[in-house]
Design a protein around this ligand. Structure first.
Ligand SMILES: NC(=O)C1=CN([C@@H]2O[C@H](COP(=O)(O)OP(=O)(O)OC[C@H]3O[C@@H](n4cnc5c(N)ncnc54)[C@H](OP(=O)(O)O)[C@@H]3O)[C@@H](O)[C@H]2O)C=CC1
Ligand SMILES: Nc1nc(=O)c2c([nH]1)NC[C@@H]1CN(c3ccc(C(=O)N[C@@H](CCC(=O)O)C(=O)O)cc3)C=[N+]21
Length: 289
């Protein structure tokens, strides 16, 4: 039986570390702040945003949610972001995705000041990650790397197979694994003979968005399986991996819920505090306990 990587436990560890840093920053007169912008009434998005708001407040971060109708224009949204870029209460700005169809996502992301882009989606931060220089790293792939680090899993020289090539998960995930010297393969919907790749994976990251497509016979024995997928099937949450059978084959596996999801929120708080620290010109060594 595979060892379960407990994302809830590790996210709590990470959030406590963040809360300690918040205390030290407050002692220096800096209160980290996060603003989340949500358009429309999509139930899943509303639930994620509530989760982020609650977690931020618990960590001592000042948090505001700006909830706007789905009919909001792109111009109005960009104007709001420009105002928030200059609002000193907020060190992090997050625009919940997906946005309504009449809004160009890339134009909105580009309007966020890169130093407040705690999602790491702005072209400046995407470029920084590609170059391996300092910026903001997208929360979900960063959360996966943090889970591997907490579990003591070294990816150096390992064959990592990432399924999915989105800008928010697959691509940055592959880059982070490459930066840790894994040998990385990226698969997607046009990949021929997917299982030929997945069976070679020492580390398999599934970020597909389709329930239970990764079956036990696609998994290399004793490998590490990270399930990023969040799908709703018959009213229940499930990942992209057929968890019950896969956990018979893998050495490590993340569950859904309780795996990568909670780490995404923990990394959002981490990035917000990092943004506040950088804006105040405080180096990490000054705030570490
Ligand atoms: N746990 C968390 O914190 C988070 C979870 N998620 C979840 O992760 C999943 C992926 O999210 P996201 O990257 O935004 O999704 P996207 O829909 O943007 O990307 C999905 C990717 O999977 C590929 N794909 C689709 N079907 C197949 C298939 N049958 N075989 C191989 N590849 C396939 C697509 O290929 P192509 O490019 O060719 O279309 C695409 O690259 C979703 O379930 C989402 O809800 C997302 C963000 C955070
Ligand atoms: N600008 C932006 N940034 C994001 O980071 C972003 C986004 N938009 N849009 C949507 C996706 C999805 N996402 C999740 C966050 C937490 C959980 C999470 O906490 N999941 C829990 C379950 C939560 C539940 O019960 O619904 C778990 O897996 O255990 C899941 C998914 C962030 N995203």
């Amino acid at each position: 039986m595979a060892q379960v990587i407990d994302g809830k436990k590790w996210s709590s560890v990470s959030r406590q570390e963040t809360a300690q840093t918040v205390e030290l920053l407050k002692a220096k007169g800096v209160k980290p702040g996060l603003v989340v912008i949500l358009l429309g009434e999509h139930p899943a998005s509303m639930s994620y945003v509530r989760g982020k708001d609650k977690a931020a407040t618990e960590a001592g971060i000042y948090s505001e949610v700006i909830h706007l109708p789905s009919s909001t224009t792109e111009t109005a949204l960009v104007q709001l972001i420009e105002r928030l870029n200059h609002d000193d209460r907020f060190h992090g700005i997050l625009v919940q995705l997906p946005l309504p169809e009449h809004i160009n996502e890339q134009s909105v992301i580009a309007a966020i000041a890169p130093h407040k882009d705690v999602d790491g989606f702005h072209p400046v931060n995407v470029g920084a990650l590609a170059l391996g220089i300092s910026g903001f790293v997208p929360c979900t792939p960063l959360g996966v790397m943090k889970l591997l680090e907490y579990e003591g899993i070294d990816v150096t020289g390992k064959h990592a197979v990432v399924i999915g090539r989105s800008n928010i998960v697959g691509k940055p995930m592959a880059q982070l694994l490459l930066s840790k010297s894994a040998t990385v393969t990226i698969c997607h919907s046009k990949t021929q003979n997917l299982s030929a790749f997945t069976r070679q994976a020492d580390l398999l990251v599934a970020a597909i968005g389709k329930p239970c497509v990764i079956k036990a016979d696609m998994i290399k024995p004793q490998s590490v399986v990270i399930d990023v997928g969040i799908n709703r099937l018959d009213g229940k949450l499930c990942g992209d991996v057929d968890y019950a059978s896969a956990s018979e084959v893998a050495q490590f596996i993340t569950p859904v819920p309780g795996g990568v999801g909670p780490m995404t929120i923990a990394m959002l708080l981490h990035n917000t505090v990092l943004a506040a620290q950088r804006m105040a010109g405080i180096t990490t060594s000054e705030v570490l306990p």
